[in-house]
Design a binder for this molecule. Structure first.
Ligand code: ZN
Length: 531
């Protein structure tokens, strides 16, 4: 009899838990800036901690990729945050030329916002004022009183994940002070002031960045062509952080120590804001680790430096997962790991690769317009990345004279490394977003009226518009393909080969917690749900 009642007791207590998907009490979105999809397979043999846990126990979408052109930080984070694409959310690039003000601006520039710094500096600050769609985080905050904390070295990363509002949205300003904006908070958070006092960035002064593993465990060479670090750092280990001062800040930002700092900051936020620890609430934590990007631009994807950042990030994420397991509870939070874009190889290391010189592009266009339309010029008012903006009226005149426009495009096409020039008229119509021409389709998904350039200059594969190191932004797989791994409450682990994009993360998590992100471009990754 006792056995039967015990059995019934077990059945009754287990049955409801199995029938219902586990609702998380905390939604965690982790971004590793510039993490290419192939890093996990290429370098994953050395991972033992957090990255390994996610790769083995998570729902891993191995073919995830951004579908758009301008694969850069602001566009990527805003896509992850909102679940929509740049043609909807409007954050097309890290900066663009504002035709109304006649000046280039950053994606988060908000002159009506004031910096609220954990340091002396106060000036104009940043917000999501240019973001045209709400994020999952702000939707949670509005509809279910969630607490939202996001943090990164970069404003565009913390803001892209949080959106227009948030309880703790924090980044590092250009002087090296942690900061937020009056758009998010009127005063600094007391707990974080104390944290900063106990953990000044200078705490890592005079440390050396050495390889974590024995040197023979790293692939390729430590001293490869084209590698050059910040403020005097050379191609080879060790990299000395030096004494406190401006070069130290540049070195610290280009070291894995900045990732460690952000992880400790995330733990403190969970502790102090009780994220995920209130039965009445589902909270949001977003952390964007920037070191891989800052190191990757200088040292490239084959470098020992990038490999070491990954080995250390594996340990850093392991600590964060262990902490969340203890604090929030294993299986009580849901987590995504992704990246905002990938990166090209350093051209010096790839046969047939090269650099497109931006001043040459600009001068070539000016000369071609002058030849076609006459007058004195200059006709180009700005070139931001690969987007070319003409002075008011110039593009209109070119459009009315197809031969003149053709001549300008042909002149640019003659520049070594240029494969295509796309006009804004080709990508502005909504039909372009489903074009069979993959480049037109990608450019159209990244096009936003008034903000995008008049011409888009497309480099050949493995060619970049950057004078040193390497960069990203293109529609080639090395820039578009990134990890998407979901893990934890409500997620069934497994490897997936079906198509996915980082825009799928917000709608998938929204479905887990029963909120709606308005008309996302991403879709619910149903194949990951069901634990
Ligand atoms: Zn980035």
């Amino acid at each position: 009899m006792r056995k039967i009642s015990l059995l019934l007791f077990v059945l009754f207590t287990l049955a409801p838990a199995q029938a219902q998907p586990t609702k998380p009490s905390l939604v965690v979105v982790l971004v590793s800036d510039q993490m290419r999809a192939d890093y996990l397979t290429r370098y994953g043999g050395e991972f033992q901690h957090g990255l390994k846990t996610l790769m083995t126990a998570g729902a891993w979408y191995q073919h995830a990729a951004y579908p758009y052109f301008e694969t850069v930080t602001c566009a990527g984070h805003s896509t992850i945050g909102t679940g929509s694409l740049p043609f909807h959310h409007g954050m097309i690039a890290n900066s663009w030329f504002n035709r109304e003000t006649g000046k280039a601006q950053t994606c988060n520039q908000d002159d009506s916002a004031t910096e609220v710094a954990y340091g002396a500096f106060k000036g104009a600050s940043d917000s999501a004022k240019w973001m045209m769609r709400p994020t999952l985080a702000e939707t949670m905050r509005k509809t279910m009183k969630s607490r939202v904390a996001t943090m990164s070295i970069k404003a565009r990363s913390a803001i892209g994940l949080a959106g227009h509002e948030g309880d703790f949205v924090t980044w590092l300003d250009e002087r090296g002070a942690w900061t937020t904006s009056s758009a998010y908070a009127g005063v600094p958070a007391g707990w974080f002031s104390a944290f900063v006092q106990a953990n000044p960035i200078d705490r890592d002064a005079n440390k050396d960045w050495e390889r974590t593993l024995p040197p023979d465990r790293y692939q390729y060479d430590d001293a490869a062509p084209g590698e050059a670090g910040a403020a005097g750092w050379g191609a080879t280990f060790p990299h000395k952080l030096g004494p406190p001062g401006p070069p130290y800040l540049l070195h610290w930002l280009q070291s894995p120590f900045a990732d460690d700092y952000l992880e400790e900051m995330a733990e403190a936020a969970v502790d102090q804001m009780h994220l995920g620890q209130d039965a009445e609430r589902i909270d949001f934590l977003g952390v964007s680790f920037s070191s891989l990007d800052i190191v990757g631009h200088a040292y490239g994807p084959r470098s020992h430096e990038v490999q070491d950042v990954l080995v250390r990030l594996d340990a850093t994420l392991g600590r964060l997962i262990d902490f969340l397991d203890k604090k929030v509870g294993a299986g009580k939070y849901v987590l995504a790991l992704t990246a905002d874009h990938g990166v090209a190889d350093i051209p010096d290391q790839v046969p047939g690769a090269g650099r497109v010189n931006a001043p040459t592009v600009r001068a070539t266009i000016d000369a071609a317009v002058k030849a076609a339309l006459g007058g004195d010029g200059p006709y180009v008012i700005a070139m931001v990345g690969d987007e070319v903006y003409f002075k008011p009226g110039v593009y209109g005149r070119l459009k009315q004279d197809p031969a003149a426009l053709r001549a300008v495009i042909d002149a640019v096409m003659n520049i070594p490394g240029v494969v295509r020039v796309i006009t804004s008229d080709e990508i502005a119509p909504s039909a372009a977003r489903t074009s069979k021409d993959s480049l037109v389709r990608a450019a159209a998904l990244g096009y936003f009226p008034d903000r995008s350039g008049d011409l888009l200059v497309v480099p050949k594969e493995n060619w970049i518009i950057a004078g040193a190191g390497t960069t990203h932004g293109s529609a080639y797989p090395y820039d578009q393909r990134v990890p998407v791994i979901l893990y934890g409450a409500g997620i069934r682990g497994g490897i997936h080969q079906d198509a996915a994009t980082p825009a799928d993360i917000a709608p998938t998590f929204a479905s887990l917690i029963d909120v709606r992100v308005p008309s996302p471009d991403g879709r619910v990754l149903k194949s990951a749900l069901g634990k």
